[in-house]
Design a protein around this ligand. Structure first.
Ligand code: 26Q
Length: 818
C-alpha cells in the first residue's frame, strides 16, 4: 500500500514548487499550486503506474469517443487515502485544499450519460483491480460552456487547457503513432509471390498520446486513460515531413496539411442523440481507433504476444458504434502487417471485440456513406465491404428472404450501418438496462437476436459510488459508516444493512438534517450565482440531464404552469401545497432548435413565477446554467425529488436516476430504462410511478391511435397551459412558444407529453402529500439509500468481467482479479 508522510510531503511540495516555477509557495497562485500538487502526486504513484502488471494477465481496452471525467484531485486523494495528510500538510504551508480543488478544471470531454459512464467504468476497473485502460480523444475544446442571454442558451467555447496543459496528464512523444487518411490502396507482389497491400499517397497525421492515471481505491492498481492529440507529423518523425504527400509541395500546402491535422482533435461534437454524417466526425473516429489499435499491437509485439494468443490476452470494448472501426482496423493490422489469412484474422478479431449499444433512437444510429468511407479511409472501406459480402453470402446461404438479408446487411443502399458491423464482429452485444436489452432483442435488433441469441446480454449501468456518494456527500457517507461500519465502501451491497434503521427516528432525523444541510449549501450557490433566494425547507424537485424532447423537460415545465394557474385561481391565492423549488440543469445541442426553445420557455416561466408576489414563494423555478459533472456533485446530494420522466422505451438506462437514489432522493418516474431496476429494488411503494407502459408506447407507434388534438380539446386545464405557449401569457416568450405548440399539437406530440401529464400531476400530488409526513418521507429515503448498492459501477464492471471480457478464461486469471 502506498503511504504518505506529512513531513516528506511538505518537503517534496516545496522542492517541486521551486523546480517548476523558481518561486516560493507564498508567491504561487492557485493554478500553480494545483499543478505542483498534481506533480507531487504523480511522482508518488509513478512506481505503481502501469508497471510490469500489464500483460501478465488479460488486459481490457475500453474505446470511447467520450470520457467525462470530472475533476480528479478529490477522487484521487480519496482513492489513495491521502486526503487528510495532504489537507493538513497544505494547511501548514498556508494553503486551503478546498480552494485548490475549486481551481481544478473539469474536463468536459463528453456530452452526457455515455461519456460519464465511461469515466465511472475506468474508476471501477481500477478499483476492482483489473488491467483496464481507456482510449479516447484529447479534445482541445470540450463540451461548450452554456450561458443564458435573454433567457436563451448561448454557447461559449470550453477552453479547459490552461496554458495548453492539464495538470494530470503526461505526454508520451515516444509513443506517438501515424494515422493515414485518403490516398490509394495498391497490391504488390514480392519475389516470393506474396501479395502485399500498400497504402500510397495518404495524408499522414500524427497522434500524440497524453496519459492520465486512473487510480484504484486503496489497491495499488493504477491504470491509464490514453487520449490522443492530432498533430502534423514532425520532421523527425520517420521519413515524413510537412511536405509528406509531395516533396515539392508548396508552403501553402504544408499549412493546409497542418490545419487538416489540427482540426481532428480540435473539438468535441456537442450532439448526443442525432446522427449527422459529418466527415470530420469520421476522421475523429478513425483517429483514436487507429492510434489505439496500433498502440495495442506495439505493446503486444514488445511482450512477444503472437496474434493467435490475443483472445487470451486482450479484450477490446466498443462503447457505442463510434469506435466501430476497431474491427476493420484490427483486420487491417492482422492482414497487412502480420500477414495472416482472412479466416485467421477474422477468427481472432471476433474473439476480441465486444460492443455496447446505448440507444434505440433510430435517428441516433450511425450510418456512413460508402462514398465518404471510400474516399477518406480506402483500406477500411475494402475490409468492411469484404466483411459485408461474406456476411450477405452467409445469410443467403441460410435461405433468408431478400427482405431479411437487406435488413441485416452491413452495407445497403450506399450506406454502412455501424451497429450491424459491430454485432456481426463482436462476441458480445449488450444493452444498458433490462428493458433496453429486451427492446433490442425483441424489436430493434430482432433479426440479429434470432440469428445469434447467445451474443446478447444485459449489463445494467452503474455509477462510481466513490465519486457520487463518498466524495460528493461526505456527511451522508459518514453517517452510513457510523451506522453499519465501513464494509459498504468496498462492497456496496452492505448498504442493505441500513434497513434495520427504518424505524429509528433518531437516524431518520439525522438523515433529514444532512439533506437539509446539503440544500442550504446549494441554496447558497444559487443565490450567489443567480441571485435567486430559495427556501431550503421547500421540496427540491430536480431534473438535470441533457435537454431532449424524449426526456420531457417540457412536461415538467407545463406542470409548473399548471400549478401557477392553480395558485392564481384559488381563493385568496392560498392553496394547500408544500412549497417547491423546481431545479433544472440541461444543455441543448447547439443545432437542436426545439430543445433551445424549451430552455427559453423554462427560463421565461421561471421569471414569471419567481417575480409574481401572488405566488408567495410557494413555487420557485431555477435553471442552473452550465450543468456538468462538477455541478452535479453539488446538486444531486441536495435533491428531494429525482425527475426521471422520459417517454417509456426511449431512455436506454439513465444514470443520474441511480446517483439521486444513492443520495436519498425519491424517484418520480416512468417505468423506463433503469427505473425498472430501481423499482425492483425499492418496490413501487417507495417511488412515484406514472405514465404509459412500454407496450402502450410500442402499440401507439405501431398501430397509431394517438391524437394530441383530441386530448387538447377534451381537457380544459391542459388546453390552458398549452395555449399559454402562444397567447402572450408568458412574457419574453416569442416564436419559441409557437415552435413548441406545433410540436405538441400540429405534429401530434411525438413523445406523449399530453398523454402522460395528468398522471404526472397526480404523482406530483402524492409527493406533496407524503412530504408533509416527514417521518414517512425519511423512511422512504432511507430505503432508497439502503437498496442503491447494486447500482455501483463496481457491480457492473464485475459483470462485464465475468460474462464478457474474461468469460471462459483460465480460472486462475479470473480468481486473481475478482
Ligand atoms: C454520434 C454521431 C455523431 C455525433 C455524435 C454522436 C453521439 C454522441 C454522444 C451520439 C450519442 C452520444 C451519447 C449518447 C448517450 O449519452 N446515451 C446515453 O447513454 C447512457 C449510458 O448508457 C444511458 O444511461 C442513457 O440512457 C443514454 O441516453
Amino acid at each position: 500500500m502506498l503511504t504518505i508522510n506529512k513531513k516528506r510531503f511538505k518537503e517534496h511540495f516545496r522542492r517541486k514548487m521551486h523546480n517548476l516555477y523558481t518561486q516560493s509557495i507564498e508567491e504561487a497562485n492557485n493554478e500553480e499550486i494545483l499543478n505542483v500538487l498534481c506533480c507531487v502526486i504523480k511522482d508518488m504513484i509513478s512506481r505503481d503506474w502501469e508497471g510490469s502488471r500489464l500483460y501478465q494477465e488479460k488486459a481490457v481496452f475500453y474505446f470511447s469517443i467520450e470520457f467525462l471525467l470530472g475533476r480528479q484531485l478529490k477522487s484521487n486523494l480519496l482513492n489513495l487515502g491521502f486526503e487528510d495528510t495532504v489537507r493538513q500538510g497544505l494547511k501548514e504551508l498556508g494553503i486551503d485544499l478546498d480552494d485548490i480543488m475549486e481551481a481544478e478544471p473539469d474536463p468536459a470531454l463528453g456530452n452526457g450519460g455515455l461519456g460519464r459512464l465511461a469515466a465511472c467504468f475506468l474508476d471501477s476497473m481500477a478499483s476492482v483491480g483489473i488491467s483496464g485502460h481507456g482510449y479516447g480523444i484529447r479534445y482541445k475544446y470540450g463540451l461548450f460552456e452554456q450561458k443564458f442571454v435573454n433567457n436563451s442558451q448561448v454557447e461559449v467555447p470550453d477552453n479547459w487547457l490552461i496554458n495548453g496543459a492539464y495538470p494530470w496528464e503526461t505526454v508520451r512523444p515516444n509513443r506517438a503513432v501515424l494515422v493515414k487518411y485518403e490516398g490509394n490502396i495498391e497490391m504488390e507482389e514480392d519475389e516470393e509471390g506474396n501479395v502485399r497491400v500498400i497504402h500510397k499517397d495518404y495524408i499522414p497525421v500524427m497522434a500524440m498520446p497524453y496519459d492520465i492515471p486512473i487510480i484504484g481505491y486503496r489497491n495499488e492498481c493504477i491504470n491509464t486513460l490514453r487520449i490522443w492529440k492530432s498533430e502534423v507529423p514532425s520532421r523527425d518523425f520517420g521519413k515524413l515531413s510537412l511536405y509528406a504527400r509531395n516533396e515539392s509541395a508548396s508552403y501553402e500546402e504544408a499549412l493546409k496539411h497542418k490545419y487538416y491535422a489540427d482540426e481532428i482533435s480540435q473539438t468535441l461534437y456537442p450532439n448526443d442523440s442525432n446522427y449527422a454524417g459529418k466527415l470530420l466526425r469520421l476522421k475523429q473516429e478513425y483517429f483514436f481507433v487507429s492510434s489505439g489499435m496500433q498502440d495495442i499491437f506495439r505493446k503486444c509485439r514488445r511482450y512477444k504476444i503472437k496474434p493467435q494468443e490475443l483472445p487470451d490476452k486482450i479484450a477490446i470494448h466498443i462503447n457505442d458504434t463510434h469506435p466501430a472501426l476497431c474491427i476493420p482496423e484490427m483486420m487491417r493490422i492482422l492482414l497487412d502487417e502480420e500477414g495472416l489469412s482472412w479466416d485467421e484474422a477474422w477468427d481472432i478479431t471476433t474473439k476480441v471485440m465486444s460492443y455496447t449499444n446505448h440507444t434505440i433512437l433510430s435517428e441516433a444510429l450511425e450510418r456512413w456513406s460508402e462514398d465518404i468511407m471510400k474516399e477518406l479511409l480506402p483500406r477500411m472501406y475494402m475490409i468492411i465491404a469484404e466483411i459485408n459480402s461474406r456476411y450477405v453470402d452467409y445469410l443467403r446461404g441460410k435461405g433468408y428472404s431478400e427482405e431479411k438479408v437487406k435488413r441485416m446487411a452491413i452495407m445497403y443502399d450506399g450506406e454502412i450501418r455501424m451497429a450491424n458491423l459491430c454485432i456481426v464482429a463482436s462476441y458480445s452485444v449488450n444493452g444498458v438496462a433490462k428493458l433496453h436489452t429486451k427492446l433490442l432483442e425483441e424489436e430493434v435488433l430482432k433479426d440479429f437476436y434470432d440469428e445469434e441469441p447467445y451474443k446478447f446480454n444485459n449489463k445494467t449501468n452503474g455509477i462510481a459510488h466513490r465519486r457520487w456518494l463518498i466524495s460528493s456527500n461526505p456527511e451522508l457517507s459518514n453517517l452510513i459508516t457510523e451506522l453499519i461500519g465501513n464494509k459498504w465502501i468496498k462492497d456496496t451491497r452492505n448498504l442493505k444493512k441500513l434497513e434495520k434503521f427504518v424505524d429509528d427516528e433518531k437516524v431518520l432525523n439525522r438523515l433529514e438534517k444532512i439533506k437539509f444541510n446539503n440544500k442550504v449549501k446549494l441554496a447558497k450557490y444559487i443565490e450567489e450565482t443567480k441571485g435567486i433566494k430559495i427556501n431550503p425547507n421547500s421540496i427540491f424537485d430536480v431534473q438535470v440531464k441533457r435537454l431532449h424532447a424524449y426526456k420531457r423537460q417540457l412536461m415538467n415545465v407545463l406542470h409548473i404552469l399548471y400549478l401557477y394557474h392553480e395558485i392564481l385561481d384559488s381563493e385568496d391565492m392560498e392553496i394547500d401545497m408544500e412549497p417547491r423549488t423546481f431545479i433544472f440543469g440541461a444543455k441543448a445541442a447547439p443545432g437542436y432548435y426545439l430543445a433551445k426553445c424549451i430552455i427559453k420557455l423554462i427560463n421565461c416561466v421561471a421569471d414569471l413565477v419567481n417575480n409574481d408576489p401572488r405566488v408567495k414563494d410557494k413555487i420557485k423555478v431555477v435553471f442552473i446554467e452550465n450543468y456538468g459533472v462538477s455541478l452535479a456533485e453539488k446538486i444531486i446530494p441536495a435533491a428531494n425529488v429525482s425527475e426521471q420522466i422520459s417517454t417509456t422505451t426511449k431512455e436506454a438506462s439513465g444514470t443520474s436516476n441511480m446517483k439521486f437514489m444513492m443520495n436519498g432522493a425519491l424517484t418520480l418516474a416512468t417505468l423506463d430504462g433503469a427505473n425498472v431496476e430501481i423499482c425492483e429494488q425499492v418496490g413501487k411503494e417507495n417511488m412515484f410511478l406514472f405514465g404509459l407502459s412500454a407496450k402502450q408506447v410500442l402499440d401507439y407507434n405501431k398501430y397509431g391511435g394517438y391524437s394530441a388534438k383530441d386530448l387538447y380539446h377534451s381537457n380544459k386545464s391542459l388546453a390552458r397551459v398549452v395555449d399559454d405557449l402562444v397567447n402572450g401569457f408568458i412574457p419574453g416568450l416569442g416564436k419559441e412558444g409557437r415552435e413548441i405548440y406545433d410540436a405538441l399539437i400540429t405534429y401530434n406530440d411525438e413523445y406523449f407529453v399530453l398523454r402522460d401529464i395528468d398522471e404526472y400531476e397526480e404523482a406530483q400530488q402524492r409527493i406533496s402529500k407524503i412530504y408533509k409526513d416527514k417521518l414517512k418521507w425519511n423512511k422512504m429515503s432511507l430505503i432508497n439509500i439502503a437498496n442503491s448498492g447494486i447500482f455501483s459501477s463496481d457491480r457492473t464492471i464485475n459483470e462485464y468481467i465475468e460474462d464478457i471480457w474474461f468469460r471462459g478464461c483460465d480460472e486462475n486469471v479470473q480468481n486473481n482479479i475478482i
